[in-house]
Design a protein. Structure first.
Length: 747
């Protein structure tokens, strides 16, 4: 949880850079409740909170997040970071809950820690835990239901079943999708009770637990108009104004008879697209976030869902139920790949991955599980090369575990301390010349090399072939040398190596490749022979996994070297390190299970490497790509109010500062943030720069407007005439339109 907090809490105020429309509304509602015990519509401590019509379409918000922000504002000052803190805490709670769930589902404790770590490193979970919107607020309730239900399945005590139902029912106060998710998962619970042939009284316990949260809000529901018709109208977007004219029954009937219902199956299937899940996320944000819902490393764990379906234990069926029900609300709402409406998909994807890792931890199936993991990652990285930032680097990091484990398996069967290097060197040199010559002629070096590395990795899964090859030390050293040479080949191709007069560039590069590959191969063979003579003890799994992650990271970072000499040296060192690690593992492996455990370490290493790259982008360029045209007024309003802290301002004139009529919302938000609520009654929402209206303002009035050619000319003329004080033309963030901040003189 501390690790997750270190990821989720820092820089909440500036990543995302801009407050979204819904965040601002939630925050102002919370601030009003904290200050006056009334929402913006004047209702005292409402159970459901009406979305102000002046800020958007009439609907109602679930209360939990707004009251959580209000409680936070009782302790901390109003700011972007403060309003986002409750959702960050909820994200940290999710990590704790999935750890407890995995402890009940899987025997090895380290798998529970991996479940927690992988959820913390899930991009969709990370990003939605850092916004003050309740999209992800269904996740703690779904995970709480699952945890309590698993405790009931373990102990059979009715109080856990009652708790599961209560938590599930309370979820309706978190996010609106719970109106569908709660009955679906309640039905799953009832089916599970039926399969276990539980007594009829247990169904009563389930019903009572679901009903209890409803009883809490019953007094309010009897006194106030019910919000459910407006909520349905908000999400069932129908043609011809049907949403505005009909009641609940009419809305449902119109939806069920509309052509849009036929689109639901296709929308549902879109949530399981590999590109959506693992590559670059929902279609709507692909040019912005450049990352999938979960990390690409988890793509190789898709076999976990297959294994869960085959075993069909209660825990497996609950995982599949959570996975398959998550996209239904968004599909019915007509939103393809809207992960923000299906976020409880993410923990169940992680649990499917843990099922696969549990498979890999089994000595009988570790090799089969591993071969279903990393090649899938490599294949997706290759297939979606143009859509994944650093795709080649990710594929490199994914291939390292296969090579290390494949060579370790091969080395186990070989007598590597013979023959002498003098006898091996000519054979290796001839092989390298033939290999690079073939690459030069065929011009398919990368494809051939991938096939070569895949073949080496497969040696871990064919013991009979490994034993046959291992009887020939020369064959073993030749295979290892070819692997090293291929790794070097990929990174000498496009480098600015020196040329010799009269020698074609291609032949010069060929000679350089062969020389570097031969030197690296001989160094590698010398290390192998040395290690083969050393009697070492059992290498701890943690040390082996750490070494593998270091190799992955080094191989991942190769592309950062521009100088051909540095890059060639770095690749050679990575290749030698991989071979040395394979030798260390070869000397330590006592059972096949270690191969699976080492593969798990490689998969976690790949996930950590990709998340680190994603997080660096999230706190950097992502903030510029994710420019919200409404929220971009932050810089202008912050600067204007900060400069006038404690000063009298006669009036505030807002020109064209925000699209879609959002200026009143954001001005109120930043006025509250800077404790200048006194300016709100004196604010003129003009939505344009009218020179005559500005001239009529009293002295010491504040004018804020976007910069355009006409506005620039008008302000310049008024400044020459002394009607405006020297102005600030505040630049926007990374290309956002600049703003004028000026004051009137009263002339």
């Amino acid at each position: 949880m501390l690790f997750t907090a270190a990821l989720y809490v820092p820089r909440l105020g500036d990543a995302p850079l801009y407050v979204s429309h819904d965040e601002a509304v939630y925050a102002l509602q919370a601030q009003s409740i904290a200050a006056t015990a009334h929402d913006l519509s004047g209702r005292r401590l409402p159970m459901y909170i009406e979305y102000p019509a002046r800020f958007g379409r009439p609907t109602w918000d679930q209360p939990l997040l707004i009251y959580a922000i209000a409680a936070t504002l009782e302790v901390l000052p109003f700011s972007e970071a403060t309003i986002r803190l409750p959702m960050a805490i909820a994200g940290i709670l999710d990590v704790l809950l999935i750890y407890c769930i995995a402890r009940l589902l899987f025997e090895p404790r380290f798998l529970a820690m991996l479940a927690a770590a992988l959820l913390a490193l899930t991009p969709a979970h990370f990003m939605h835990s850092r916004t003050a919107i309740d999209f992800q607020l269904s996740v703690p309730f779904v995970l709480g239901w699952l945890l309590a239900l698993l405790l009931y399945l373990r102990d059979g005590q009715p109080r856990f079943l009652f708790l599961a139902a209560c938590v599930l029912g309370a979820g309706v106060y978190g996010y609106v999708a719970a109106y569908l998710v709660t009955p679906m998962l309640a039905a799953v619970t009832a089916i599970l009770l039926f399969r276990r042939q539980e007594a009829a009284s247990r169904y009563g316990v389930l019903a009572a637990g679901l009903a209890l949260p409803t009883v809490v809000c019953l007094p309010w529901m009897l006194q106030q108009p019910l919000p459910f018709r407006d909520i349905l109208a908000h999400y069932f977007v129908l043609e011809g104004g049907a949403a505005a004219r009909t009641g609940i029954v009419g809305l449902v009937t119109s939806f069920l008879s509309s052509p849009r219902l036929t689109e639901v199956p296709a929308l549902y299937v879109s949530f399981f697209s590999p590109r959506f899940l693992f590559i670059d996320g929902p279609q709507r944000f692909r040019t912005i976030q450049l990352v999938g819902v979960v990390l690409l490393a988890l793509a190789g764990c898709a076999a976990g869902g297959v294994r869960a379906a085959m075993r069909r234990s209660p825990g497996d069926l609950l995982i599949l139920a959570g996975l398959l029900t998550a996209p239904i609300p968004a599909s019915l709402a007509g939103e393809p790949q809207a992960i923000w409406r299906a976020l409880h998909l993410t923990p169940f994807l992680v649990l499917c991955a843990i099922v696969a890792l549990d498979w890999a931890d089994d000595a009988r199936t570790s090799r089969a599980a591993m071969v279903s993991a990393f090649p899938i990652v490599c294949l997706l990285g290759w297939s979606y090369h143009d859509a994944i930032p650093g795709a080649q680097a990710i594929v490199r990091a994914a291939s390292a575990p296969l090579v290390v484990i494949g060579l370790a398996s091969l080395f186990r069967e070989a007598a590597l301390d013979r023959p002498p290097l003098a006898r091996v060197a000519p054979i290796v040199a001839v092989l390298l010349v033939l290999m690079h010559g073939a690459y030069l002629i065929v011009d398919r070096g990368e494809e051939i090399g991938i096939a070569l590395l895949a073949g080496i990795s497969l040696l871990a899964f064919v013991p009979s072939l490994t034993q046959r090859i291992g009887r020939s030390p020369i064959a073993v050293t030749a295979i290892a040398s070819l692997a090293v040479a291929h790794l070097l080949y990929l990174y000498v191709d496009y480098l600015k190596a020196p040329t010799v007069a009269g020698v074609p560039v291609s032949l010069g590069i060929l000679a350089l490749r062969i020389v570097v590959a031969l030197v690296a191969s001989m160094a590698m063979l010398a290390i192998v022979r040395r290690l083969a003579r050393v009697q070492t003890g059992q290498l701890p799994l943690g040390a082996a996994a750490a070494g593998l992650v270091i190799v992955q990271l080094a191989y991942f970072r190769i592309g950062g070297f521009g100088d051909y000499r540095v890059r060639a040296t770095a690749v050679a060192l990575v290749a030698i390190a991989a071979v040395g690690l394979a030798m260390a593992v070869r000397n330590s492996v006592q059972t096949r299970r270690m191969f699976g455990e080492l593969a798990i370490g490689g998969l976690v290493g790949l996930a950590a490497i990709q998340f680190a790259s994603f997080a660096a982008d999230y706190h950097g360029d992502y903030r510029a790509r994710n420019v919200d045209p409404e929220g971009s007024v932050r810089f202008a309003f912050d600067a204007a109010l900060e400069q006038r802290r404690g000063r009298d301002v006669s009036a505030v004139y807002l020109g064209n500062v925000a699209p879609y009529g959002a200026a009143p919302l954001y001005w109120q938000f930043y006025a509250v943030k800077h404790r200048r609520g006194d300016l709100l009654p004196r604010t003129i929402m003009a939505n344009e720069f009218d020179r005559e209206r500005v001239r009529a303002l009293p002295a010491d009035s504040l004018v804020i407007t976007r910069s355009t050619n006409d506005v620039d000319a008008a302000i310049a003329a008024m400044m020459r005439g002394g009607e405006l004080r020297p102005a600030d033309r505040l630049p926007g963030h990374d290309g956002a339109p600049p703003f004028w901040i000026v004051e009137t003189t009263g002339r």
